[in-house]
Design a binder for this molecule. Structure first.
Ligand code: F6P
Length: 323
């Protein structure tokens, strides 16, 4: 390969900059030219492409967000959009792509790669949702869950002072991975995720079984939980237990920002290097990942989730530990 086009696509995730740095530096180390494509697929279609040097990667490892900017592209979902993108990257002499993103990104590059097999493509998994197959942890997840527990620890303090019940909604699209892990870490009374059925009666039962002298309660709800959003669950609880002082708190986009944790920086560095080295070895059409600390290469069509299996142990212990 002669020239890599690097881009970040879909939602940003803390640690993307660390991965960008690793890809740039590994390319330069191996005398491969590298260009940044701005705003993901949109920049590819518009030819928004600029050279990257080793200096471009200076002092970005500790920063959240993405210096290459990110977006979701409707145009890239069409053959015309992808054809235009192909023409633009060819004009810039790009013969390989490293894409940093999650489900939508993988779907996009899969279609693009099927139509243009002369372009070699590797994906580095970056999303706070941790909802991809082929890696234990996606880049961004660790920072996001640490942001969540910091916020919910604060909520717990005020909940305790006021004897309140809080429903806390966290991100994750249609995955409950953020809610599940943080729920354990904050000592939640209950965790509600889209992957497993949770009915309100089970929640009521759970609340009634709880210690009577325990005055603060936290229920973690993944944003994709159905049926019943955090607000709907809050309303139902208010109606059934008028004596509970109930509040709903939606954590929102604070989960997407912030300085990446050590774990996200290291994973991003390992996988950024692995992506370029995979291209050098002639690989294409795969997502690099780490499973039990071993480097893995997962074909695009196997990396996108349907529904991941929820760790049954997490569900089992949460009720026992929050008694
Ligand atoms: O995929 C990351 C994510 O933060 C999801 O958890 C969430 O559902 C979505 O992106 C939010 O997207 P937007 O920033 O476009 O509102």
């Amino acid at each position: 390969i002669k020239k890599i086009g690097l881009f970040t696509s879909g939602s940003d995730a803390p640690g993307m900059n660390a991965a960008i740095r690793a890809v740039i530096r590994t390319a330069v180390f191996n005398n491969i030219e590298i260009a940044g494509i701005l705003r993901g697929f949109e920049g590819m279609i518009n030819g928004d492409i600029e050279p990257l040097t080793t200096k471009s990667a200076s002092n970005i490892i500790s920063r959240g967000g993405t210096i290459l900017k990110a977006s979701r592209s409707e145009a890239f979902k069409t053959v015309e959009g992808r054809t235009k993108a192909y023409e633009e990257i060819k004009k810039h002499g790009i013969d390989a792509l490293v894409a940093l993103g999650g489900n939508g990104t993988i779907k996009g590059v899969k279609d693009f790669g099927d139509e243009h097999p002369d372009i070699k493509i590797i994906v580095v998994p970056c999303t706070i949702d941790n909802d991809l197959r082929g890696t234990d942890f996606t880049i961004g997840y660790d920072t996001a869950i640490n942001t969540v527990i910091e916020a919910v620890d604060k909520i717990r303090e005020t909940a305790e002072s006021h004897d309140r019940l809080f429903i806390v909604e966290v991100m994750g699209a249609d995955s409950g991975m953020i809610a599940l892990r943080t729920g354990i870490a904050v000592g939640a009374e209950a965790i509600m995720v889209p992957e497993t059925k949770s009915d309100l009666n089970a929640l009521y039962e759970r609340l009634e079984r709880g210690r009577k002298d325990k005055t603060s309660k936290i229920i973690m709800v993944a944003e994709g939980h159905e049926p019943g959003s955090a607000f709907q669950i809050g309303e139902a609880i208010k109606e059934r237990y008028p004596n509970y002082d109930t509040r709903v708190s939606i954590l929102g986009h604070i989960q997407r920002g912030g300085k990446p944790t050590c774990m996200d920086r290291v994973t991003a560095s390992l996988l950024g290097v692995a992506a370029v080295e995979a291209l050098i070895k002639g690989r294409s059409g795969v997502m690099v990942g780490l499973i039990h600390n071993d480097l893995t290469y997962t074909p695009f069509d196997q990396a996108t989730k349907h529904h991941l299996d929820v760790n049954a142990e997490f569900k089992r212990i949460v009720e026992m530990l929050s008694l």
